[in-house]
Design a binder for this molecule. Structure first.
Ligand code: RB5
Length: 151
């Protein structure tokens, strides 16, 4: 599985932790920035868009997007076709985002979630399967709305 990670300045330390964790766990990881070397404040839409565009085009399988709250990253990511991004903060929202929504981008708030807990939420997200069944029709409707609204 090829996983992309992206963050703004508020999420860069957690992103580095996530990047290291995913590499050690033997995933193929693409880092969309911002660089850990950067000391500047940056705009989260720039980094969310890099990650979400590649996911939308099938260049990566999953994405993890981190900002201060996870909210900005999530808003931007969901502007891209085929992206189902969710801002999660505990085991319940993480699990349900996979089981019911088949999320392909996980958004985290570096200022909202303990960083060690964030890593265990990522493990949970990556190991939880989509349930299918009645949820297929709901995802089909999301895809239909995308077709109507995106060029
Ligand atoms: C940056 O200060 C902050 O606004 C950003 O990281 C994020 O929380 C936006 O949703």
């Amino acid at each position: 599985m090829k996983i992309g990670v992206a963050s703004d300045h508020a999420g860069v330390e957690l992103k580095q932790m996530v990047y290291d964790f995913l590499c050690v766990a033997d995933y193929e990881v693409v880092d969309y920035g911002v660089s850990i070397e950067s000391t500047q404040s940056v705009d989260y839409p720039d980094y969310a868009a890099l990650l979400a565009r590649d996911l939308s085009e099938g260049k990566i399988d999953r994405g993890i997007a981190i900002c201060g709250t996870g909210i900005g990253m999530c808003i931007v990511a969901n502007k891209f076709p085929k992206v189902r991004a969710a801002n999660v903060w505990d085991e319940f929202t993480t699990r349900m985002s996979r089981v019911h929504n088949d999320t392909n981008i996980m958004c985290l708030g570096a200022r909202a979630v303990n960083h060690h807990r964030a890593i265990s939420l990522i493990q949970l997200w990556l190991s939880t399967e989509y349930e299918g069944g009645r949820h297929d029709e709901r995802l089909r409707k999301i895809a239909q709305i995308e077709k109507q609204n995106f060029k």
